[in-house]
Design a protein around this ligand. Sequence first.
Ligand SMILES: [Zn+2]
Length: 264
Amino acid sequence: MTLDNERSLVREACVRVIAGSTHSSVLLHVPHSSAVIPDWVRERILLSDAQLEAEINRMRDSYTDSIAATAAEQAQIRPHLFLNELARQVIDPERFPDDREAMAKIGHGAVYLKTSQLTPLREDDPAHIAELLDRYFHPYARQMANEVETILEARGVVTVLDLHSFPREALPYEVSDGARPSICLGVDEFHTPPELIDAARGAFSDFDIAINTPFAGTYVPLKFYESDARVHGLMIEVRRDVPGTVPGLDAVCRAMTQLVDSIH
Ligand SMILES: [Zn+2]
């Protein structure tokens, strides 16, 4: 990535925040693109190096960091970027850290106990899980809430565009068995205004699109979830074979840029 203007590198939470224009109300969130697992976390993972590498490759959201970086560079008003610098096998910032998380039942809560193949990833050790949440999950959530707050103070409104990519074939851990379109838009009744869905449909009109299929909803920091309607959110999920085919990665980046440009 050729990103400059870096405001802060939050070592503790392993989050990278790159400030955009003070005139932008858009925050691009890239939660699942990293493959980095700290050594002390790696030591507790029950996979060989080859198994872990394969698991990371199955689960990481390839292309999302470059799509976000390109859209940020090409947008008329530069949006803010919020990047998770750690792999989702460390913590998944988009899951509830408690009993509210439905995926926890199958070992896919905020700290994964199972792989994408539903085989063991780590022991169910409450002390270790608490350590991971304290060291990475909660600081991440705090930093995200701070960024949203900062944009709200400056602009009075914020739109979190939550960027993911998903494999062509469903992985065993997925609960969805729906269609797998080129672009999935995840929307939330409270946080996704109809105009934002329309803007995304327009920007991605060269692709086949489905709403909340195969993945539903979008990420909004818990502090604002279903309580602050000034916080808008939309999830954009790109099927992972799409950037490698016609019209390809450039077209996805152009569509993301157009979407960012349509939000004020
Ligand atoms: Zn993802």
